[in-house]
Design a protein around this ligand. Structure first.
Ligand code: 5CA
Length: 455
């Protein structure tokens, strides 16, 4: 059958072929809704405490999130690299963090008895590269990022991939000649983060934050509000209605006014919140729980000094680089998005990160009219580059409905014998639950207009 289809532009998939082990029962070990749904919808499976395997559906979402992060980083002029997961302890001794990091760092010895570690973050490694390769102010500024697995031996890994031990992070590192340049680099990331999270359908609020083991004296966490968040947060209600920056923002321009538009309102997570300094009237103060999806830091010469990242300045003098680092919890975002967007029946993916754009449900596999109508629709969408998941399994209609709601694709097209008699199918929006009867012909034009396709 498949061999006779026109070439498929998108990632169309038959449910009968997809490795998608869904669960009917709620797994007992999962305490929060995103963890429960990620297990039930077959996105992940635990390998050991705080360490997970990403199954096909979950991996597709992870890659979509990663791609949005990448596009927004590239738009700022940051450049992608890939640093290793395993690092040498030597660099961490130079920065003084080898001892400081304590038990959270996974320490390893290789066969030559050299001390290594699985990187919890990459300030040392990237600073060392700049120290080796950049010698003149002419080569600055630079901002390098990578999207790589990290390991932190958390005391209490919990909530599935939200607080894992192994997790995927986008981290970047900016290198500037002076404080004004470093501030501009910081502001670029501040704006890019607002855009990144908005594209995923999230409202992330920047809040002043503690710098913890990364260090430095200016830092913002980006937090989305959710009942199951790990931190308590306090912010001015006005922040909830601010619009994210436009796509055509000029990153070379002065970004301070755009940053100030957010930072002029009070917002702090529990460790920074100080009622004595909070002048927001009670009625306007939102007290809620939040999930930290990103964290940005400015820390000047904290790493460039000990690791010797020094260049020749315009006047011939030696200048120690001004640095910042910027993290996004890419794997945590999968859980955070589910926390923000689900109902009793399952996940409701925002279109931009949905594993497939639409689910096609054949209510009566084996019925020749249903099979033919579905095969033709599937082939049509396939050729149009629409990411469609076709539930062609020979199981009860109720099971197909429940499964499709659980995995949360934004749209469902339902084809059954009764409607087909009149040439009709049903389109359902997963979020609103709204259904409409549409002729088979119109399903095609609806799909072309409403479903995402490759550019
Ligand atoms: N080097 C800096 C910035 S690049 C850094 O490591 N910052 S961080 O510690 O704040 O981590 C960045 C982001 O990674 C956090 O905002 C959070 O979203 C995510 N993250 C941190 N720890 C975990 C964890 N245990 N599980 C899942 N995501 C995590």
């Amino acid at each position: 059958m498949r061999g006779t289809l026109p070439p498929c532009l998108g990632d169309a998939m038959r449910r009968s072929e997809l490795f998608l082990p869904t669960l009917k029962e709620t797994p007992a070990e999962a305490q929060i809704v995103s963890h429960r749904l990620m297990l039930r919808a077959g996105l992940i499976r635990q390998a050991s405490a705080g360490i997970y395997t990403w199954l096909p559906l979950g991996f597709r979402v992870l890659r979509k999130i990663e791609q949005i992060v990448r596009e927004e980083q590239d738009a700022t002029g940051a450049q992608e690299v890939l640093m290793p997961t395993i690092q040498s302890a030597d660099l961490w001794r130079k920065s003084g963090r080898y001892e400081d990091y304590g038990k959270e760092m996974l320490r390893i010895r290789d066969r030559h008895d050299r001390e290594m570690l699985y990187g919890p973050t990459n300030e040392e490694l990237i600073t060392d590269i700049l120290a080796q390769e950049v010698h003149s102010y002419r080569d600055l500024p630079k901002n390098l990022y990578h999207i790589q697995w990290k390991f932190r031996d958390e005391v209490r890994p919990r909530f599935g991939i939200m607080r894992g031990r192994e997790f995927l992070m986008k981290d970047n590192y900016s290198f500037d000649l002076d404080i004004a340049g470093a501030r501009h680099s910081y502001n670029k990331m501040f704006i890019a983060y607002l855009r990144t999270f908005a594209r995923m359908g999230l409202k992330a609020i920047p809040m002043r934050a503690e710098t913890g083991p990364i260090g430095g004296d200016m830092s913002h966490e980006f937090i989305i509000l959710a009942e199951t968040g790990e931190s308590e947060v306090f912010c001015d209600r006005a922040l909830l209605s601010l619009e994210p920056p436009e796509a055509d923002i000029d990153y070379a321009s002065d970004l301070q006014p755009s940053v100030d538009a957010w930072t002029r309102y009070y917002a702090a997570s529990d460790d920074k919140h100080d009622p004595a300094n909070c002048d927001v009237p009670d009625d306007d103060l939102v007290t809620a729980r939040g999930i930290e999806v990103g964290h940005i830091f400015y820390f000047g010469a904290k790493y460039s000094e000990p690791l010797g990242a020094v260049v020749q300045g315009p006047d011939g003098g030696r200048v120690t680089l001004e640095m910042g680092s910027y993290g996004i919890g890419v794997s945590r975002l999968v859980g955070a998005i589910i926390e923000a967007s689900h109902d009793d029946n399952g996940i409701i993916w925002p279109t931009a990160v949905a594993p497939y754009g639409v689910g096609l449900i054949n209510l009566k596999t084996g019925d020749s009219a249903c099979d033919q109508a579905c095969s033709e629709l599937f082939a049509f969408m396939c050729a149009a580059g629409i990411d469609v998941l076709y539930d062609d399994r020979d199981v009860r209609a109720g099971e197909k409905f429940a499964d499709m709601d659980l995995i949360g694709l934004p749209w469902q097209i339902v084809v059954g014998p009764r409607g087909l008699k009149n040439g009709m199918a049903e389109i359902k929006a997963r979020g609103s639950g709204q259904r409409s009867e549409v002729s088979l012909e119109d399903v095609r034009s609806w799909a072309m207009e409403n479903l995402p396709r490759p550019a």
